[in-house]
Design a binder for this molecule. Structure first.
Ligand code: ADP
Ligand code: MG
Length: 901
């Protein structure tokens, strides 16, 4: 595959050097000319000026030829011995960057390289001339490749891969490159990661993860970029970290080769260093908040550079060479190192500017697609040995290097817009703007409030001023008016006085006036009056004007007035509601107490029902109520405390009938308590109750009112008050109107109580009380009858007492009013209470001799005899006996009838 066309050497005896680039010249380039790579090696990464990105496929890359250096290995121990008598096969002229390859003792060929490195060249120097420019380009955002090519044992691994752990000066290009990269990236914004691979027999193995032994190459269909997504990427933070990784990789390489029964010289080692850096573009800018000239000002554009440094330690080149010369089967050689021969073919094609470059023939060429004929900056170091025994290998290596020097790359920066970073920055900017906006809004609001306040102050000041001015004007006008009136009056008096005098004088002097005329006076007065009227008009106009101005000024205040009116209205409503609520509260409390009371009463009645005896019948219903309250003052006391008697009584006048009923019930219950009776009457309760009885025909109210009055009527002092206030006639009226037995029972009970008062006997009867009482027997209900009987008994007792005391005389009112037949009829009533009361009444009536006759004719004697014999109550029985024995009329009749007592 070597071709003369690429041989740039010529016979030295011709004394001329054929520049390698006979063909280079045709490209207009000198092989010795420095690379025209755009990035300056002096640029520090941070300050590197940015070039326009062309990662999007722009064609504005810059040309950059593959640079090739040759390195000669010193003679090793074996060579020192074996070749002791022979000269080296090469002679180096490093200052001329030339290499002479001896053909024989008298003939040699000269080649020019970009760098010629002698056996004395230090590792540091090798790095600086071969790799450093590439590393700097990578830091600038370009892809870069450094590759070593040469026969096995010529120092490829020595040049690239030495770790130099014991002797740092021995460190190879890999370690030095990483050291430089790490020193120049910023840990905050940049990142560095590596993959370490081995390519053997067209299989890519991961040296950082040996299990991963068949990694595939992925090609971006758009950009053509190749990548190894399956390879392990390890982020590198420091050099030590990297050294460890390389050691691990090397150990895996040895292990893998042992397993495959091969040697490292037959495989390619590829170290890929991925550098990602964030930078800001100074040229293209995006909007920023700092520029006040536009809504959005310019911000440096965030960019991200993703470059890759590929360091390739190739397999020994002798394999390709020997495949033919040593008679190896071509196929075997191919299978051993297809990649290396494919690389040679590609480089040939590129050097010849051939239309077709067989990149796809091998994995190596696919991986190095960007390194040769692509966008990367590439440096190749070809290593040779000095031994004349390997002259053929050396020659072929030199020719490979020479051809590679003709490969022209088009360098392009690997830079793209950093959307993530931009988005982050825009978010921050947006937050700032929002905060600023909020701050300004607050300032604005404060300002509006301040201006409002100021305006209000001014309005009120103007209003005040106007009011003052108006008042002053009014006073002034009033004063002027008063003065004018006063003057006019004076004038008039004066005129009248003069007129009177003139008249008198006229009479006397017969019209002789000393130049003073009444007409003139009148005219003057008229004029003054007109003037006054005019002035007044003016003043009025002035006042009107001021008034209208004031109206205008106060217009704005009217809203406030209406607001106040509304508030007042609302307040009034609230007061009304509150009052209602208070009323309802009182009612509810009363109801609660009422219910408590009723429940209690019910419970007590039930409790007593078992033990009721005949005596119970003699008690009034209200006294039952009273009894039930004994020992249960708590609810009543609580009611007084909580609600207040006045408030309860006030509710008797409530418009709500339910409220009234409840109030009456409460009062009735209170009245059952003797201690309360006086207080209720004092507080006007009696009057209110009587009023109710007078004004309402509601049955319930009447019943409850009557009950309340009945309770109050238990008290002697109240009995008189009831009479004085016309209570008896009201009760009589109710007695005749009502149908409900309970109402009648209450009314009868009330009258029965009154019947027990001696002082009221006459009045009670004269006001129809007795008639009313007797009239209620029509109802026939035993409860009513019992009360009627009690009333009769009370009344009869008082009558007999009054008669005994000589206060009254004559027949009993009861007999007069025709009660006797009913009394006789019910004297033996089945109901025990009725019977007892009537028995007592009969006894009382019989006390007085004047009644005896009527009683005998009315059949009462028989009843008395029965009582004296059969009455179960001993006191009544003996009273009846005593009465019958003491009365001569009865005694005579008994005797007459031969009744045995
Ligand atoms: P290759 O990788 O090309 O097969 P090596 O790097 O393994 O060759 O080198 C073979 C031997 O030569 C090693 O022992 C190495 O130390 C030595 N050697 C290579 N180059 C140099 C050099 N420039 N100076 C001193 N020793 C070298
Ligand atoms: Mg090696």
């Amino acid at each position: 595959m070597a071709s003369n066309a690429y041989r740039n050497g010529t016979s030295s005896h011709k004394g001329t050097i054929k520049p390698l680039a006979a063909s280079n010249s045709s490209n207009g380039k000198s092989s010795s000319s420095k690379s025209r790579l755009p990035p300056s090696s002096n640029h520090s990464p941070g300050s590197a000026p940015l070039r326009r990105s062309n990662s999007a496929g722009g064609s504005d890359g810059v040309p950059g030829r593959v640079r090739v250096a040759v390195r000669l290995r010193p003679r090793n121990a074996e060579e020192c011995v074996a070749d002791a008598d022979f000269a080296d096969c090469v002679e180096l002229q490093p200052e001329l960057k030339r290499l002479k390859l001896r053909k024989n003792n008298w003939d040699s060929e000269t080649y020019e390289f970009d760098e010629v490195l002698t056996e004395f060249a230090s590792q540091k120097r090798v790095y600086e001339v071969v790799a450093k420019p590439v590393v700097e380009s990578v830091l600038d955002g370009y892809n870069g490749t450094v590759m070593a090519y040469g026969q096995t044992g010529t120092g490829k691994t020595f040049t690239l891969g030495r770790l130099g752990e014991e002797d740092t000066s021995a460190r190879g290009i890999m370690v030095r490159s990483l050291e430089e990269i790490l020193a120049n990236v910023s840990p905050e914004t940049d990142s560095v990661s590596v993959s370490y691979l081995q390519l053997y027999m067209e299989t890519i193995q991961d040296l950082l993860d040996p299990a991963n032994d068949n990694i595939s190459i992925v090609e971006d269909p758009k950009t053509g970029d190749v990548s190894l997504p399956g390879a392990t990427h390890v982020e590198i933070r420091d050099e030590q970290n990297f050294l460890e990784l390389l050691t691990i990789g090397e150990a895996h390489r040895i292990a893998a080769n042992t397993k495959l029964n091969t040697e490292s010289s037959r495989s390619h080692a590829i170290l890929m260093v991925h550098v990602k850096r964030s930078v800001l573009s100074a040229e293209d800018a995006i909007p920023s908040e700092t520029d006040k000239s536009s809504h959005f000002a310019k911000l440096p554009k965030p960019l991200v550079r993703k470059s890759k440094l590929v360091l390739v330690d190739l397999a020994g080149s002798e394999r390709v060479h020997k495949s033919g010369s040593e008679g190896h089967m071509l196929e075997e050689a191919k299978s051993i190192n297809l990649s290396l021969s494919a690389l040679g073919k590609c480089i040939n094609a590129l050097a010849e500017n051939s239309a077709h470059v067989p990149v796809r023939d091998s994995k190596l060429t696919r991986l190095l697609k960007d390194s040769f004929g692509g966008t990367a900056r590439t440096s190749l170091i070809v290593t040779i040995g000095p031994s004349p025994r390997h002259r053929g290998e050396t020659s072929s290596t030199i020719l490979f290097g020479q051809r590679a020097m003709k490969v022209e790359n088009m360098l392009r920066i690997k830079e793209e817009f950093d959307y993530k970073s931009l988005s982050r920055r825009l978010e921050i900017q947006l937050d700032k703007l929002i905060a600023e906006n909020e701050r300004q809004q607050k300032v604005f609001d404060d300002e509006v409030e301040r201006i409002n306040l100021e305006a209000q102050n001014r309005i009120s000041e103007v209003e005040r001023n106007f009011a003052d001015a108006l008042e002053k004007e009014r006073l002034k006008c009033q004063m002027e008016y008063m003065e004018s009136v006063k003057k006019l009056e004076e004038k008039m008096i004066e005129t009248q006085r003069k007129n009177g005098c003139d008249g008198f004088m006229k009479d006397k002097s017969n019209g002789e006036g000393p130049g003073f005329s009444v007409v003139e006076d009148i005219a003057e007065v008229k004029k003054m009056l007109e003037k006054e009227i005019h002035m007044r008009k003016e003043a009025e106009e002035e006042v009107n004007k001021l008034k209208s101005q004031l109206r205008q000024c106060t217009d704005s205040g009217e809203g406030g007035d209406s607001e106040i009116l509304k508030l007042q209205q609302a307040l009034a409503d609230e007061v009304h509601k509150k009052k209602k609520l208070e009323e309802e509260t009182i009612v509810l409390r009363s109801q609660l107490l009422q219910l408590t009371f009723e429940a209690d009463q019910m419970r007590r009645c039930l409790g007593r029902s078992g033990s009721t005896n005949g005596y119970g019948g003699l008690e009034s219903p209200m006294s039952q109520v009273r009894d039930s309250l004994n020992g249960h003052k708590t609810p009543v006391a609580a009611l007084f405390e909580q609600v207040g008697l006045q408030k309860i009584l006030a509710l008797l006048d409530s418009e709500d009938v339910n409220v009234r009923i409840h109030a009456v019930k409460v009062v009735a219950n209170l009245a059952a308590e003797e201690a309360n009776q006086e207080r209720i009457v004092e507080a006007g309760g009696l009057t209110s109750l009587l009023m109710l009885l007078r004004n309402y025909e509601d049955e319930t109210i009447r019943r409850v009112v009557a009950g309340a009055i009945a309770n109050l009527a238990m008290n002697e002092a109240n009995q008189e008050l009831i009479m004085i206030q016309g209570g008896i006639s009201l009760l009589s009226m109710t007695a005749s109107d009502a149908e409900d037995p309970q109402t009648l029972r209450m009314v009868a009970g009330a009258i029965a109580n009154l019947c027990g008062n001696e002082k009221l006997q006459v009045k009670l009867r004269s006001e129809g009380g007795i008639k009313a009482l007797l009239g209620m027997v029509r109802c026939g209900h035993p409860d009513v009858l019992s009360q009627v009987a009690r009333g009769i008994a009370n009344f009869a007792k008082c009558e007999s007492r009054a008669s005994a005391n000589g206060i009254r005389s004559g027949r009993s009112v009861l007999i007069n009013d025709g009660a006797l037949p009913w009394i006789v009829q019910n004297a033996n009533n089945d109901s025990a209470p009725i019977r007892r009361h009537i028995e007592l009444a009969l006894c009382h009536l019989a006390q007085h001799e004047v009644n005896a006759k009527d009683m005998i004719t009315g059949g009462a004697l028989w009843e008395l005899v029965r009582i004296s014999r059969d009455c179960s109550r001993e006191d009544i029985r003996s009273l009846a006996q005593r009465t019958l024995n003491l009365s001569p009329v009865f005694r005579a009749e008994i005797r007459r009838l031969r009744i045995e007592l």
